[in-house]
Design a protein around this ligand. Structure first.
Ligand SMILES: *[C@@H]1O[C@H](CO)[C@@H](O)[C@H](O)[C@H]1NC(C)=O
Ligand SMILES: *[C@@H]1O[C@H](CO)[C@@H](O)[C@H](O)[C@H]1NC(C)=O
Ligand SMILES: *[C@@H]1O[C@H](CO)[C@@H](O)[C@H](O)[C@H]1NC(C)=O
Ligand SMILES: *[C@@H]1O[C@H](CO)[C@@H](O)[C@H](O)[C@H]1NC(C)=O
Length: 492
């Protein structure tokens, strides 16, 4: 789960006024919809919540507070009565999730809900210790439990301030945000009436899965489009490996338009990781229209990639141009700078760039387990193992921590969820994360939804003319189920 890339956010600040409900640092942003393929924009107000630094220790360095950012809109809300739709922010700037989750505001308009998008601590502008947040020991307050407690406190206090004490709360999230939504319902059922967890890999990230599954499923996306596509990718990686074996680094540099001449196995590994990551992102973000989420993607990137792989006569050039779909979407790179465009970290699917990637790397080094490998047998990528041992070595060196295997599973029930209730687990069949999540309903209120033509949390995006029937149907089920939860919470 790469955190959001360092692309330039296209938010236009049209108006600004300071008067809000008496909270500090309030600003009103209106966001203009001038970007093709981005969801329609509601008028969110950006605010900051004085949040407790350390919920679990009254004496620590965290006895103070920090400013936690959130976005709020009451434009659809039936004041004091309508439900609260609360997005449990994940590993990035909260605006990016708000701008790519139009379904939530569309649903809010139907169900007259108040909408809040809360930013996860240590991401975006919610840095507890400012520039020092990623020092040791300051980074230590970045945990799933602290983040959940933040949301529980924020919901409770905002309900009081807004005269919303009678309003049922439904949490929403995509990917790691969906995991947080599940956990909120498990941990704080007193506060949260139900959860929509879109593309939440709650099993694979708790160490309950196959290390080879992720890149196998990335590969399937390309092979399902065209079996020859997988062969071409395999062939290109083979050519690259042949050149690396004879240390023909000049040829590698020119074939891949690299800014620097590679000179070691480490550089070859970096190049392989960089290339594999392009396929990962295109599989995850294989939406039927162009998007600007985690970077810029054309419509149907898997198809575009395969057409590129199969289009030229030089396999290495085809592979370079395929990577360019992701890394050179602007068309203005003259060469690829391997170590700035891709950063290897404790998440083999990528941590993204910028300081958000530091936070995600730390989480991947502590609670979130992602020992995923590619092996060139069940997938089309070079052999790149990432074992429990190599994770441990990396994490102790980088962050001074040893991951605690199984802790997420112990805390959040693993797959023994049958006594929980009111959770929707939606997954898209095109999404390589899907098989790390819950794919079968576990009871009448633990509902799994498959979206056969969906990539990574497509259902959270706003309606689009190019939407496949399967996502339209999924959203309808989600909407009906949520309306029912709200009603149940109100009338028992
Ligand atoms: C935090 O605790 C220290 C003593 O350990 C104290 O000096 C400081 O004032 C406290 N800060 C806050 C914000 O309560
Ligand atoms: C992938 O496996 C095939 C078949 O064993 C082998 O010929 C090829 O060299 C491998 N390719 C890479 C890039 O490791
Ligand atoms: C980036 O795209 C432009 C426009 O298509 C192309 O001229 C350039 O060679 C590409 N850069 C790389 C490094 O592939
Ligand atoms: C969703 O798809 C998976 C994998 O193909 C399958 O095992 C599961 O039964 C399906 N679940 C539902 C709810 O249709």
């Amino acid at each position: 789960m790469p955190s959001r890339q360092g692309f330039v956010c296209v938010i236009a600040l049209l108006s600004f006024y300071s008067e809000t409900q008496g909270l500090p640092h309030s600003r009103r942003f209106q966001v203009k919809n001038h970007e093709h393929g981005t969801d329609p924009k509601p008028k969110f107000t950006e605010k900051y919540f004085p949040q407790i630094l350390d919920h679990f220790n009254y004496n620590s360095m965290g006895n103070g507070t920090f400013d936690q950012r959130y976005l709020i809109t009451d434009e659809y809300w039936k004041r004091g009565y309508g439900p609260i739709f609360f997005y449990t922010g994940n590993e990035g700037d909260i605006w990016e999730f708000a701008l790519n989750s139009g379904f939530i505001t569309e649903l809010a308009a139907q169900q007259r809900a108040l909408v809040i998008f809360a930013e996860h601590r240590y991401y975006g502008k919610s840095l507890p210790f400012g520039e020092d947040s990623f020092n040791i020991p300051e980074v230590g307050l970045l945990t799933v439990e602290q983040a959940l407690a933040d949301y529980a406190i924020m919901i409770t206090e905002l309900k009081g301030q807004l005269g919303a004490s009678a309003c049922p709360v439904i949490v929403f999230g995509g990917s790691y945000g969906g995991m947080l939504s599940v956990y909120m319902r498990l941990r704080y059922p007193n506060i949260v009436a139900g959860a929509l967890a879109a593309s939440a890999p709650i099993l694979s990230t708790a160490g309950m899965g196959e290390p080879k599954q992720f890149f196998q499923d990335v590969t399937s996306d390309f092979e399902n489009y065209a079996p020859e596509c997988g062969d071409a990718v395999r062939g290109a990686f083979q050519r690259l490996q042949d050149l690396a074996r004879v240390e023909d680094y000049r040829r590698i540099q020119s074939a891949f338009s690299l800014c620097q001449t590679p000179s070691s196995d480490k550089d070859t590994r970096q190049l392989n990781g960089f290339l594999r990551n392009a396929f990962t992102l295109m599989a995850m973000l294989d939406y039927p229209y162009s998007t600007h989420f985690m970077g810029n993607m054309p419509a149907n990137p898997v198809k575009v990639a395969c057409d590129t792989m199969l289009g030229g006569d030089d396999l290495l050039q085809a592979l370079r141009d395929t990577a360019g779909i992701v890394y050179n979407s602007t068309g203005d790179l003259t060469c690829f700078d391997l170590y700035t465009l891709y950063v290897e970290c404790a998440d083999p699917t990528g941590c993204g760039l910028g300081f958000n990637s530091l936070a995600w790397d730390y989480q991947a080094c502590t609670e979130i387990e992602m020992c995923f490998e590619s092996n060139n047998v069940t997938d089309m990528f070079p052999v790149m193992p990432f074992t429990v041992k190599s994770r441990e070595q990396y994490c102790s060196k980088r962050w001074g921590v040893i991951p605690r295997l199984g802790w997420l599973k112990t805390q959040f029930w693993g797959d023994a969820l049958s006594t929980a209730s009111n959770i929707i687990f939606s997954n898209g069949d095109l999404d390589p994360w899907a098989n790390g999540g819950v794919r079968k309903s576990l009871s009448s209120s633990l509902i799994a939804i498959n979206i056969s033509e969906g990539a990574h949390h497509l259902d959270l995006r706003g309606a689009n003319d190019a939407d496949p029937a399967s996502v339209i149907k999924a959203r309808k089920m989600e909407s009906d189920t949520i309306a029912q939860w709200v009603k149940m919470e109100r009338y028992g």
